[in-house]
Design a protein around this ligand. Sequence first.
Ligand SMILES: Nc1nc2c(ncn2[C@@H]2O[C@H](COP(=O)(O)OP(=O)(O)OP(=O)(O)O)[C@@H](O)[C@H]2O)c(=O)[nH]1
Length: 830
Amino acid sequence: MSRHQAYRNYDYENDLDEYEGAGYSDDEDELSPEDRGTTDPEQHPLSISPFAVPNVRSVAQMTAGTAQVRTALGSDSSKVTTQQIEEALWHYYYDVDKSVAYLASKYISPKPAKPPAQKNKSGGRSSHFYIDTPSTGADRQHVKDVGFGQYHPNIPEDKPAEHRSRLPSVDFFHDMPWLNIPNGRRTVFIEPPYPRGGLLGGSSAPGKVSKLQALAAARKKKAEEQKLRLKISQLSMEDAIPERPKESIGHAPRTLVGDGEPLPLHTNAQAHTTSDETAEDSESVDTEARTSDPSIAADLPLNPALLAPPSTFAQILCGLSTPRPAPVPRKQYPLPYMSFISSSALADAFSEPSPDDVVLAAQSKASNKKLAASIQKKKPGSKEKDDDVIDGIKAIKVDDAPLPKSKNLDVISEYEKAESKRNASFVVVGHVDAGKSTLMGRLLLDLGVVDQRTIQKYRKEAESIGKSSFALAWVLDQRSEERSRGVTIDIATNKFDTDSTSFTILDAPGHRDFIPNMIAGASQADFAILVVDATTGAFEAGLKGQTREHSLLLRSMGVSRIIVAINKLDTVAWSQERFDEISQQVSGFLSATGFQLKNVSYVPVSGLHGDNLVNKSADPAAAWYSGNTLIEELESSEPMARALTKPLRMTISEVFRSSQSPLTISGRIEAGSLQAGDAVLVQPSGEKAYIKSLELDAEPVDWAVAGQNVVIHLSNIDPIHVRVGDIICDPKQPIACIDTFTVKVLAFDILMPMQVDVHRGRLHAAGQITEIPALLDKVRGTVLKKKPKIVKPGSVARIVVRMGNKVPLEVGQRVVLRSGGDTVAAGLLE
Ligand SMILES: Nc1nc2c(ncn2[C@@H]2O[C@H](COP(=O)(O)OP(=O)(O)OP(=O)(O)O)[C@@H](O)[C@H]2O)c(=O)[nH]1
């Protein structure tokens, strides 16, 4: 049995009874025959035992003492019996004087009886010390309760009532010196105002509870719980049983449950039982909480609002209870710091506009006033003025920030006056792994744009991942993915200057998966470098692959000047035959594509070793080549004519956040010009923005013209309206957003009504060829056949394309149509 079980099974009742009776028999203190010295050996066989010796002695003492007492009493000795004398002697331990005093006061000249001593409330400490002469068990219990000093265990109890009179303590201790204290110096016990504390009186905690006290407390608690339950059950019954309508008397009362389904109500007796149980359940927590703290358990008034509602089962049995009063809201105890700031104060703190809001509101108000004034001044019906008003309203709607100031420069004359280098952009295209990036890396190294240390660093890093041969390519392939895969993914730009020209490199990816990026690069280029791998078999593969496709795309994008770099000639020992063979094949192909051969040049190079890039090849095997180096061919290339005077058009290549503005864009100006402070329109969002500032080659400038790659910091527009591929245009001559267009295309694949992707620079949208109005002559452009069902590869046709969304497109622009990952056509919008 565990200790807990043993504890629970302990029979306190029985123990208490034993405790009350044990060792306190009424006979304990009686004057036994042995005490009196009148032991009858027959009645008390043990008296003849060796242990009877003390009794023999006491008999002699008693006889002698009796005689002495009688002598001392003299004539009064007849007033007392021998038994009384013996009892007195026994009680006073054979002290003759005390016994005489007792007998004289008790029997010979008795004093009037004293009033019974009051029970000492202080737990046994009394200022009047006296002896009681108990006679019964009940009295003994009383004596025990009274306390120390009031009980003499040797006083006989089975004596007549008069014998049980009290002996004053003064008489008993009259010969004690410490009793002779003058009244004035006697201690006066003052009862403490409340019960003493625990150990040393310093604790307010209750003292140690005895078993009896614990038992009594448990009984009391139980009784109180029962009372509480009874009270709760009465309350629950009052709530649970609705008043019977008068008309239902005599019938089973019904009540509504859930959706109105009437259910018979049970009898009161049943209801009472159930309600009682329910109340007991529902109240168990509350009751526990109350009774767990004895200080609150007894007196806490029962609040029906705090009672849980009857269970569903009880409600079904007894019916719905009447609604209970709303629960008393719990007291809120705010956190300490909350006392410093009230919730209303917090609310007030944000109820008013911030200082910034006040300033902005004032600015807005001022600009609105200006607008209202200008509207009032304008005459109705003036279209130009109305447009201005609309512009003003739009400007307010977009942003209330102050507009950037414009210097109102004549940009074209400024451009003509400026002695700046010409700008030229070229795109580097070709089959995958033809060596495009390596070629450009080496060119930049030889031109001093990139130093040798950087290349060494790249070489080490490339070696660590097993791609040491790509170290030069890393000058342009900056992305980790490009470096780890050894493949260019997106257009990489870089710049270098020669004496005459400022060049922008657009290094295009060769992989067919990234053709859209190549298209974006080609759309920004003035001319192109077509890189061809001279390695045996590689050239042939390229001619079937992206060498061909890239050439077609270049032509479709309007690029007319091509420099063919026949690369990796070191792998074929600078074979002139190989160079000539490749040159001829490419020439024939480009000519067939539509390039004029006067615009095509061929340079034998080794990008890896830097032969014929900036410097002539030092390899004797390459001595047969006496033509231009690559850089010389680039410098001799004329950039396309700039559409300086046409309306502004710029396709956004990048959108980013810079230190100058949260919205910065970059791209190549295709047409027109711009300057700081200009308003521009972003299409297709149609949102107006202002040019806060602009940069050319990382230098701040006031203006820029077509052909230049520019960085523009915009203001007064939400960045969500600006995306890569969008067009920046002149708000007064905006580009239209259309969803259907007619285009004259060169077919690279079979065309028919089909799904296509429309590409224009970075812009691309899903569309569909809805019509093929005509098949055209390649040279003259005349109609060969109307409404053909299909267009064969290599044919020119007029087709109608419809797109899902409106996109900014206009006549004269070049688009590329792709389908299933292949370029199927390219041409000019009509
Ligand atoms: N032997 C030799 N190898 C070259 C030469 N040029 C490039 N390579 C190697 O050809 C591989 C491909 O070079 P890349 O410059 O990455 O080729 P890429 O055309 O830029 O490749 P993509 O842009 O991914 O299409 C590398 O391992 C180069 O080291 C060269 O002139 N001679």
